[in-house]
Write a protein that binds this ligand. Structure first.
Ligand SMILES: Cc1ncc(COP(=O)(O)O)c(C=O)c1O
Length: 434
């Protein structure tokens, strides 16, 4: 049987080699995507091998990935989820658990976040009956500062959730200190920033919990997927319960009686000895991923260091190539940080003699893909207008981002030739407009 499996996998390797696109780059014709999955032969083989085992639910590969990823990101526990959005939902929901006793967040409590970002960093605040408090971000780093966060802390504030914007760390050491000083929880949305550091320390290791996305645009991919990481074992237990239907038991599916007390619990008003596998201590979800996703995650993880390096090099090449370009505000790394970039953000100076839309159209017509800095100012979207929230200060920069900002890619599949073409196309546009 093993021989037959090897034959199948050899055939998969051959298939991969024969069907791989040529990689030839034709400027103006070849699409330059802003992001995408970077998949190789090992990934294809891992997916087929996982399918051959027919272990289709979460199992051995999921646990193996969770251990390896927790080690890599220097957290004690990782819980795999079906998306980064689910990871954020779990992280925020965990803060409302009765197991946190007096520290639990209750409806009406406030959580500080930014107005310009990705919707599902903010949505779990509302979904848990909490109140988002929006602060503005700085242009060129696209992050909130510790000072802006400090100004937003009020008597009802109990937490902070911020994303490291497009890979660029926010002032996480200072904000973690604020959280400690004011007894607030801090969640780092690290979906776009795996491998970034601040003061030489990995992002995601400063707060109480951190989240990651494995959607194809991100540093590692499983197709869909995400992860919650923490070194707080009490929070890890809550996340696991909420992820796995809200159950109290922590045995893996297919595993029994790890606690050696399966039929000895009495909880709620249930009869004594009720099977622990079916006792529910949280109002939970099922947000698990599958072993097929985890198998891909494991081969992707082997390449993480190379991916991070490529993203940094690609960003640097664009940054150096565009330095001094008139009419553009170019991105800056937050001081004391070393970002593992997600994208290259450009804001068209509101005083420039051209509009963002003209530049974006020019690039798109030449097959250079662009994306918005996600939602821009979230408070202007129909979904949020009538939601309870508080705004601290003006959202001037969030509005500028809504009007003037876009980003282009730095993901590892981009070649120097493509990056140079991106630079020369932008410069060509600027020369014609000056
Ligand atoms: C900062 C941030 N948080 C959360 C998410 C959500 O991740 P997912 O698409 O896996 O749900 C994204 C998605 O791109 C993101 O950029």
């Amino acid at each position: 049987m093993t021989d037959r499996k090897e034959l199948v996998l050899d055939e998969v390797r051959r298939y991969h080699q024969e069907t791989e696109p040529s990689g030839e780059f034709v400027p103006g014709t070849t699409e330059i995507w802003p992001s995408g999955a970077v998949l190789d032969e090992a990934d294809r083989v891992a997916l087929v091998e996982a399918a051959l085992t027919m272990r289709i639910a979460a199992g051995r590969s999921s646990r193996k990935f969770e251990s390896a990823f927790a080690r890599r990101l220097k957290r004690r526990k990782a819980h795999l989820t079906n998306s980064g959005s689910s990871a954020n939902l779990l992280a925020v929901s965990a803060l409302t658990s009765h197991l946190l006793e007096d520290r639990r967040l209750k409806p009406g409590d406030e959580v500080i976040t930014v107005a310009a970002g990705f919707p599902t960093t903010v949505n779990p605040i509302l979904q848990n009956g909490l109140i988002p408090v929006f602060v503005d971000v700085d242009l060129t780093t696209y992050n909130a500062t510790a000072e802006r966060v400090a100004r937003a802390i009020g008597p009802k504030t109990r937490g902070i959730i911020l994303a490291h914007a497009l890979g660029n760390p926010f002032e996480v050491a200072e904000i973690a200190q604020l959280a400690t000083d004011h007894d607030l929880f801090l969640i780092e949305d690290n979906c776009d920033a795996v491998g970034s550091t601040y003061d030489g320390q990995l992002t995601g290791t400063f707060g109480d919990m951190t989240t990651v996305s494995f959607y194809p645009a991100h540093h590692l991919t499983m197709g869909e997927g995400g992860c919650v990481l923490t070194s707080n074992l009490a929070l890890a237990r809550i996340v696991e319960s909420l992820r796995d239907w809200g159950r109290d038991c922590w045995c893996e599916p297919g595993e029994n009686d790890k606690c050696l007390k399966r039929f000895q619990y009495q909880m709620g008003t249930l009869p004594a000895g009720y099977d622990h596998k079916y006792i529910f201590s949280h109002v939970g979800y099922n947000l698990k991923a599958t072993d097929i996703q985890a198998a891909l995650g494991l081969t992707q993880l082997d390449k993480l260091d190379g991916f991070i390096e490529a993203r940094k090099n690609n960003w640097r090449r664009l940054r150096e190539g565009l330095d001094g370009a008139p009419g553009l505000l170019l991105p800056e790394a937050t001081p004391r940080s070393d970002p593992s970039w997600f994208g290259f953000v450009i804001t068209v100076d509101p005083e420039a003699p051209f509009k963002r839309a003209e530049l974006v159209d020019y690039l798109e017509e030449r097959k250079i893909g662009t994306r918005r800095l996600f939602a821009g100012n979230l408070t202007r979207h129909p979904a949020y207008i009538d939601q309870p929230h508080r705004v601290v200060g003006e959202l001037t920069n969030s509005d500028i981002i809504t009007e003037q900002t876009f980003w282009i890619g730095v993901y590892p599949a981009l070649t120097d030739e493509m990056l140079d073409y991106m630079v020369s196309t932008i410069k060509e546009f600027l020369a014609a407009r000056s």
